[in-house]
Design a protein around this ligand. Structure first.
Ligand SMILES: NC(=O)c1ccc[n+]([C@@H]2O[C@H](COP(=O)([O-])OP(=O)(O)OC[C@H]3O[C@@H](n4cnc5c(N)ncnc54)[C@H](OP(=O)(O)O)[C@@H]3O)[C@@H](O)[C@H]2O)c1
Length: 370
């Protein structure tokens, strides 16, 4: 007799979307995948926890700029247990703790076959069980809770690339080369807190911004030696932030800006960089995609500072595995990332809470309690 149930629970979006008409989340009963008829390289996963990203809310609101699967299962980021494997599976074993990559077509970073993302144009992970090919799985660091593990898929590798931590390996150099670099991290959402954790682990000197003094104080206090190692300021107190960054860096500027705000701040970001060879990593669009700057001034800043403007779109499976291995090797826990955990039946509340912006780090949903 099969050890698995006949059906499992999932959430699906209502069909759509259209701008200004939000989608609803509907609880659905799905037929259980047949574990004995998995394709040779398929893996059956039991989902333990998922974490939400800003884009999950943007899709519900019709604000996401790319096509999405009508009535698809939302959410891309999960921590899951391998419960059955196809006959040719070699990368994982039953009992392994894994996550699914966010771009299913980005395995090594060299593929040229477009994109496919769970929770976007492919059914996602807000469900009790799922089947994926072994090649899109990454093993999680040992020692993390299911909730901590569910934070990795998107923001860890996004932060890793935004900080340039993928570059030493790509260029065959030691990670120590990045030590002492100053980094400006915008806001206190999931990307930012992962960037802060990685920056501290790699010996970078972070400055983090928030609209809330209380969030900043609590965040800095939550890290050992936070007051010495982390600088922060409330971005709502400044119209342009270039002078504030200069003040906090003795006039030197920062080596990297992790831009979550979007195009609006790019000119200020470039002005905040060190005199040469700094990088603005363009990650997000929290302030939309407006741009009040003059293109000539932007070009001058880019040239004068020999600056890099780098677009970030998560990362490959191999890079995500690098991040996971790095976390395990350095024994890094992710407690500061876990803001609030909702139960599976409270999925809608979890989406609303993320949308409210009251969180610091990640908003999670516990899918299985065993
Ligand atoms: N390119 C990629 O691969 C990639 C991957 C993941 C996410 N993203 C994008 O990156 C951005 C951040 O994602 P996330 O998941 O970290 O979002 P999130 O968890 O929703 O974080 C949002 C936080 O950013 C801060 N914020 C909001 N508006 C801001 C503004 N105008 N200026 C400065 N800070 C602002 C707020 O922090 P305070 O309350 O502290 O002010 C807010 O809580 C989003 O646009 C997301 O779509 C891109």
């Amino acid at each position: 007799m099969s050890p698995f149930p006949q059906t499992y629970l999932a959430y699906r979006r209502s069909p759509g979307p259209s701008p200004g008409s939000p989608l609803s989340l509907t609880r659905a009963t799905e037929p259980f995948p047949n574990a004995s008829s998995l394709l040779p390289r398929q893996v059956l996963l039991k989902i333990h926890a998922v974490s939400l990203n800003y884009r999950d809310v943007a899709m519900q609101n019709g604000a996401y700029p790319l096509p999405i699967k009508p009535d698809g299962i939302p959410v891309s980021d999960a921590a899951a247990e391998v419960v059955a494997v196809g006959r040719d599976v070699t990368r994982v074993e039953i009992g392994d703790r894994v996550t699914v990559i966010v771009d299913l077509k980005n395995i090594t970073g060299k593929e040229d076959d477009g994109y496919a993302s769970p929770g976007v144009d492919y059914d996602g992970l807000l469900r009790e069980y799922a089947v994926f090919d072994e090649e899109v799985l990454v093993t999680l660091p040992r020692g993390l809770s299911w909730e901590e593990g569910a934070t990795l898929a998107c923001v860890s590798v996004t932060a890793w690339r935004a900080l340039g931590l993928h570059l030493p390996r790509e260029r065959g150099r030691e990670m120590e080369r990045v030590e002492g670099r100053r980094v400006l991290i915008q806001g206190t959402g999931g990307v930012s807190i992962f960037a802060l954790i990685l920056a501290l682990a790699a010996g970078l000197e972070p400055i983090i911004t928030s609209s809330s003094d209380t969030k900043l104080e609590n965040l800095i206090r939550s890290f050992p030696d936070g007051a010495e190692k982390i600088k922060g300021y409330n971005y709502q107190n400044f119209s342009g932030q270039v002078a504030k960054v200069a003040e906090l860096t003795n006039g030197k500027g920062v080596d990297i800006v992790v831009n979550n705000v979007g195009t609006a701040s790019i000119l200020d970001d470039l002005k905040s960089l060190v005199v040469r060879d700094g990088t603005v990593s363009l990650v997000g669009y929290l302030d939309g995609l407006k741009a009040g700057w003059n293109h000539a001034e932007l070009a001058i800043q880019l040239i004068k500072k020999a600056a890099n403007l780098r677009g970030i779109f998560c990362g490959s499976r191999d890079e995500l595995q690098d991040v996971s291995d790095y976390l395990e090797e350095k024994n890094i826990r992710l407690g500061q990332l876990v803001d609030k955990v909702f139960e599976f039946g409270q999925a809608k509340e979890a989406f609303d809470y993320l949308e409210s912006g009251r969180h610091v780090g990640k908003v999670l949903i516990r899918v299985s309690s065993d």
